[in-house]
Design a protein around this ligand. Sequence first.
Ligand SMILES: Nc1ncnc2c1ncn2[C@@H]1O[C@H](COP(=O)(O)OP(=O)(O)OP(=O)(O)O)[C@@H](O)[C@H]1O
Ligand SMILES: [Mg+2]
Length: 411
Amino acid sequence: MTKGQIVTGLDIGTSTIKILVAQKRPYALEVLASASIPSFGLRRGVVVNIEETAKNIQRLVDRVQKDNNININSVFVNINGSHLYITPSDGVISVSRADQRISEEDVERVLQAARVINIPSNEEILDVFPKEFIIDDQKGIKHPEGLTGIRLEAKVILLCYFQSYFTNLTNAVWNAKLQTSDIVPSVLASAEAVLTPQQKELGVALIDIGSDTTSLAVFEEGDLIHLAVFPLGSANITKDIAIGLKTEFNIAEDIKKQHGSCMFSKTDAGKKALAKKKIEIFNDTASLSFTEKDLANIIEPRVSEILDLMQKELKKIGRQEMLPGGVVITGGGAKLPKIKELVRQQLKLTCEIGIIKGLENMEQDPALATVAGLVLGGTEMDGEGHGAMVGLGFAKNFFSKFKKMFRVFIP
Ligand SMILES: Nc1ncnc2c1ncn2[C@@H]1O[C@H](COP(=O)(O)OP(=O)(O)OP(=O)(O)O)[C@@H](O)[C@H]1O
Ligand SMILES: [Mg+2]
């Protein structure tokens, strides 16, 4: 990205659509605008109503443009939903040059070969993440260019998606009269915003708890090694509260945010008295009475169920209790008090709430991680989405160098 250029991130979430506009200054990235609007056209992370989604996007963009006197033409957009999945693959080629030096073109060719797999006709590959290269019999190579050999092999993971969900998403953006600079899985954008290179090197799990989805991305030796999205999120907690306290969703949502916690430890100072203290809520439609403990007893099993899913994924890849960089949580669901403690207890890993890096005054809101990551990753490219990565920075960025670029233009 050139100096002064504006980069816009658009996080189309199930509960809210968030936008963030930033401009590159000589020493920092300056936030020009940050705003959100309730979202109604999605279910479990995917667009189910294109018109409704487009209308909300357009409303948000119009407001931000008017209030800040800026023009937004092109956006970096998230993709989410449990249709996103990864699958391992590999490719082999013969090194092309007579002197056997591996060129950038060879690397691209071997990764292209790794993309050739059988996937159902309604699915496509979004990105390819190299895990290691093997030159002749030499394993574990991260940067093969310039090295010599006859046979080059790549072990990769492919990130796949359902074509129709992707099209619905891009159509919603298009209908809102915006160009798409690129499309990135929400959890990879969140990871970009909050994880340090050291955590990624050590081994770390990023868990983004949104309203309708929870997604997991695991990194090791700097590379993405696993990704999964589940159709369960913080809105499920709200529904449980609505059922448990026999009240409406909106009231349950307020109760969750004001009084909710996912653990009620009897050992906490003063908690004995609190366990008995009634919280009473009266309004036109409801008269409720419950204790903090009652509420925690509703919330904890649901959060625990979500963490169980995470644990199963970590087990699948042999990283259960085995991540020195611990767990970092983002998404609005990370704001639930005591969630760190529950993660530590259940996953037996250190845990912290994601702190957004590199953008002023955004550190404290983990719900903004995805939109912040879209902007931070987008600044590595030029504002229009042209790849500008130098060298082979695999997974340093959420745009692996070999990503198929998605740019949707208005005709
Ligand atoms: N202070 C809080 N305490 C508990 N939960 C909260 C708090 N603030 C927000 N949440 C919850 O966070 C969720 C919204 O998070 P987020 O904005 O990350 O979701 P989203 O991106 O719209 O959804 P998704 O990523 O699943 O499509 C809501 O369910 C909301 O209730
Ligand atoms: Mg989200």
